[in-house]
Design a protein around this ligand. Structure first.
Ligand code: LMG
Ligand code: NDP
Ligand code: PMR
Length: 365
């Protein structure tokens, strides 16, 4: 069974395997080229500028993830590993975005299952290629659900996918990034304005609030406690916003724990309001119709998927965005700046508690 699975993964990842050969042959070609006096940089430095970076993007089958994958795949410097729950959808999306086959691979990842996350890590390691950057982008949003739904492991779905699944993935893949010889390694976790109560958007009810974390400690399940982090009654919009607070807190906690030791850059961002993506697929039709013009003409917070993809691609690839521990945003001229997080989303004590409880829930501690 496992052999068959590996074979399938191997076939699906053919472009990545050929990339591995390119990396090897590229380095060989470089060692002959260094005999030229014109190229007298150290071999190691030369190697670093030679190969493509490998970036894993979760949820790259639509919206922001797909737009980012497209930018990176097309700029010639990256091989994009699209980590997606629906292989066929991802393949179709990559094709219709016009991505060239040799610039991407698709690997199965369902963040709603911890087993799937672990299997993804195993499959990735079997490829034997270095990991340079991980983008935790996938998310689900259930604004109209009256009852919670659950992941395979029994956690409320929004926090389960957006926070817990990504936390396990990032913890595991940190080990791989530590071994990368690429000039810069980055772990990016997508955040949002709606989790930040220091903004107008973050004050539209229901507001994010993790409370004393009693629901998280209890396993985010109504049969044993509460499906909500703060222990309250289920509210899909709040669960999403809470999950984004966790994303932004964990980025900072990763920074505090690992930046100095590893040199890895940890970042989060608010890409702008991409009002047309699949994130709003569960919302009522009226909302989906009115939301884009509302954001375009009234709040002026709207950005296209293409523009948002350019922004996230900058956080992956721009040499000027290497500062760690930053929550990036963009101003009206689309220039990046270091944004301020709400009090809760920058609370170091809370971050530590969320980290410790999450480790316990995932069996990491
Ligand atoms: C709730 O639903 C869920 O029930 C809840 O569970 C949770 O998920 C929550 O935060 C998430 O959302 C939202 C619900 C109430 O709205 C709807 O689902 C109905 C659709 C309403 C769409 C909201 C966007 C606002 C639309 C404004 C209209 C814009 C028109 C664009 C025109 C373009 C012009 C070219 O959501 C709310 O909170 C809505 C509150 C009520 C809306 C009041 C809006 C005031 C804005 C002013 C509009 C004035 C228009 C003038 C146009 C001038 C043009 C220059
Ligand atoms: P989309 O719904 O278009 O993209 C979300 C992606 O996540 C999809 O590819 C989806 O896969 C994937 N996904 C969902 N569940 C899982 C799962 N269990 N396992 C693996 N992948 C999964 O939304 P956006 O592009 O808007 O969202 C991307 C990120 O941007 C999110 O982190 C969101 O919070 C953030 N964001 C979005 C904003 C916006 O205005 N849209 C604003 C601020 C932040 P599939 O295609 O199979 O459904
Ligand atoms: Mg919000 C500057 C104002 C601004 C911005 C940037 C956003 C972003 N929103 C703003 C204002 C308002 N919104 C106002 C005034 C209202 C009341 C009419 C409003 C309403 C609203 C709703 C109902 N907005 C929403 C919703 C959603 O369901 C979205 C949400 O909360 O998803 C969790 C949403 C969003 N508004 C945003 C952004 C970026 C979102 C969605 C996505 C996200 O944060 O990931």
């Amino acid at each position: 069974m496992h052999d068959l699975q590996s074979l399938i993964v191997g076939l699906l990842c053919y472009p990545l395997l050929s990339l591995r050969l390119n990396v090897l042959t590229g380095i060989r070609a470089q060692s002959t080229a260094t005999t030229s006096p014109a190229i007298n940089k150290s071999t190691q430095e030369a190697k670093k500028t030679l190969r493509k970076g490998n970036v894993v993007i979760t949820g790259a089958s639509s919206g922001l993830g797909l737009a980012t994958a497209k930018v990176l795949a097309e700029n010639g410097k990256w091989h994009v590993i699209m980590a997606c729950r629906d292989f066929l959808k991802a393949e179709k999306a990559a094709k219709s975005a016009g991505m060239a086959k040799e610039n991407y691979s698709i690997m199965h990842l369902d963040l709603a299952s911890l087993d799937s996350v672990r299997q993804f890590v195993k499959n990735f390691r079997q490829l034997g290629v270095p990991l340079d950057t991980l983008v935790c982008n996938a998310a689900v949003y259930f604004p109209t659900a009256s009852e919670p739904t659950y992941t395979a492991d029994g956690f409320e779905m929004s926090v389960g996918v957006n926070h817990l699944g990504h936390f396990l993935l990032a913890r595991e893949l940190l080990e791989d990034m530590k071994q990368s010889d690429y000039p810069s390694q980055r772990l990016i976790i997508v955040g949002s304005i709606t989790g930040n109560t220091n903004t107008l958007a973050g004050n539209i009810p229901p507001k994010a609030n993790l409370g004393d974390l009693r629901g998280l400690a209890g396993g985010l399940n109504e049969t044993t406690g509460s499906s909500m982090i703060d222990g309250g009654k289920f509210d899909g919009a709040k669960a999403y916003k809470d999950s984004k607070v966790c994303n932004m807190l964990m980025m900072q906690e990763f920074h505090r724990r690992y930046h100095e030791e590893t040199g890895i850059t940890f970042s989060s961002l608010y890409p702008g309001c991409i009002a047309t993506t699949g994130l709003f697929r569960e919302h009522i039709g009226l909302f989906r119709t009115l939301f884009p013009p509302f954001q375009k003409y009234i709040t002026k917070g709207y950005v296209s998927e293409e523009e948002a993809g350019n922004r996230l691609a900058q956080v992956v690839s721009d040499p000027s965005l290497t500062k760690s521990g930053v929550y990036w945003s963009w101003n009206k001229n689309s220039a990046s700046f270091e944004n301020e997080l709400s009090q809760e989303a920058s609370d170091a004590e809370k971050a530590k508690k969320v980290w410790d409880m999450t480790e316990k829930l995932l069996g990491l501690a």
